[in-house]
Write a protein that binds this ligand. Structure first.
Ligand code: NGQ
Ligand code: ZN
Length: 455
């Protein structure tokens, strides 16, 4: 039984900011939460506390190729040429490398203020496409990396079978991803086993996209979710919308909502290219949209109409997706800036009830991310103590208070504004540094050497 007490001068609770808050944490959960109370001897004292943010969409291994594709190629560069480069990177990773790169990505997520990751995990087989002796070998590596860093995990093993709409046969570059429905069932089982040693781990199902899985196949795998989350990439690229129209006469989101039982268990990742009607229908179903602003900008996807979606009560969270840059505050900042640039307005994503853009974005990403990852993310008695503290002496926060701290962190701060991060009551980040930063960083460099130079 472990017991610690934290005291915050100000803490953001589900019903707003509270001052002089004392939390007693037992076995990772908040046992008591008392407002307006002085610190007691032995309490850890902090100034500004927030709930940890969920990162609802990641492909951890892509951290290893961050920055390597920012070079003009022989033909016009696009999402699709980036994807070819990504497939070449995938060819050279073994289980050790998958684990080492994931650990580095998860560590950086924690350092930036994320306390749970939704890992959309689709590299399953060995480099020639043969399943490992244990079908869940690489899923287990992801779980191990999460355990090493301490981040909470929602593991989303991906069902991937085809190269394009209408069940096209998979391509050579996709051989490590491919499963039929039976083998996917075994993968889910193995993933549940791998995640079972991690406190608070959640397992969901993830048909990769309507390109990689047919609606019939998705219907068949849905029961494997067992009430857990269902994630899918959808309508990210214009070509994807055109190909879907050509194949089915419907747009991807239209088809998804028409043919599949999309509800609040679902997370529609990207949903970039939606009509107003599609956007309204997502709201009506209560599904979350998974926005990944840094990656969507990096890959030239386009902009999701977030302002109108939010105004109608749409739910969304943020994800670091390709992990080209890992920064919780910057995802929120870029989400807002995309809307400002396209709508030529300011303060696009502030709710009427909450003038602060930072607070509105943070609240929305907290609630939407928690829904999408199948795990509550709030500071209340009985809940896991997943917390972030900000550096009160950071110049971006000077002479500010409460919601203005969030505006300061998101719009005027940087990753170093984050001070400490706790997951289930364990302090994993201290002064902005993860407790295992050096060892995990060393192993990451060795793994990259192998992936990039020894194959
Ligand atoms: C992925 N990433 O699975 O890593 C995808 C690219 C695809 C993003 N969509 C591959 N950002 O969609 O086919
Ligand atoms: Zn993705």
């Amino acid at each position: 039984m472990s017991r610690t007490a934290l005291w915050f001068r100000s803490l953001l609770l589900p019903d707003g900011w509270a001052d002089d808050v004392r939390l007693v944490i037992r076995d990772g959960r908040i046992e008591t939460l008392t407002k307006d109370t002085p610190a007691e001897t032995g309490d850890e004292i902090h100034e500004i506390g927030l709930p940890g943010l969920p990162n609802l969409h990641s492909h951890a291994f892509q951290r290893g190729m961050a920055g390597l594709t920012e070079r003009r190629g022989a033909t016009a560069d696009s999402f699709w040429t980036w994807r070819e480069a990504m497939y070449r990177f995938v060819d050279h990773m073994g289980p050790e490398e998958v684990e080492a790169i994931a650990a580095q990505a998860f560590l950086e997520m924690l350092e930036s203020g994320f306390t749970r990751v939704g890992e959309f995990h689709y590299v399953h087989h060995d480099p020639d496409g043969t399943p490992y002796a244990d079908i869940g070998e690489l899923a287990a590596r992801i779980a191990t990396a999460a355990g090493e860093t301490g981040i909470a995990l929602t593991l989303l093993p991906v069902f991937y079978r085809h190269a394009g709409f209408g069940g096209l046969p998979a391509a050579h570059g996709q051989r490590r991803f491919i499963n039929d429905i039976d083998r996917y069932g075994r993968l889910i089982e193995a993933s549940r086993k791998a995640a079972s040693s991690l406190p608070g781990a959640v397992v969901g199902v993830a048909p990769h996209s309507l390109r990689a899985a047919t609606p019939e196949e998705i219907l068949e795998i849905l029961p494997l979710a067992n009430g857990g989350p269902v994630h899918i990439h959808v309508a990210e690229q214009v070509k994807e919308v055109e190909d879907c129209l050509g194949w089915s006469g419907q747009r991807p989101v239209e088809l998804l909502l028409d043919r599949l039982p999309v509800d609040e268990r679902w997370c529609l990742v990207h949903a970039t290219h939606v009509t107003e009607a599609e956007s309204n229908n997502i709201v009506a179903r209560g599904a979350a949209v998974g926005l990944c602003p840094i990656t969507e900008a990096n890959l030239g996807d386009g902009l999701f109409p977030a302002q109108s979606f939010m105004e109608r009560g749409g739910r969304f969270g943020v994800g670091s997706d390709s992990n080209v840059l890992i920064d919780a505050a910057e995802e929120l900042r870029l989400l807002e800036y995309g809307q400002r640039l396209s709508l030529r307005t300011r303060n696009a994503l502030a709710r009427a009830s909450t003038p602060s853009v930072g607070r509105s974005l943070f609240d929305a990403a907290l609630a939407g991310g928690a829904q999408a990852l199948g795990a509550p993310s709030m500071l209340a008695v009985g809940q896991p103590a997943d917390l972030v503290s900000l550096k009160a002496d950071d110049t971006a926060l000077a002479h500010r208070q409460h919601d203005r701290w969030l505006d300061g962190w998101i719009f005027a701060g940087r990753r170093q504004t984050v001070d400490c991060v706790w997951r289930a009551g364990t302090r994993l980040v201290n002064g902005g540094r993860h407790i295992h930063r050096d060892a995990i960083g060393r192993r990451y460099r060795q793994a990259l050497h192998k992936v990039l130079h020894q194959s």
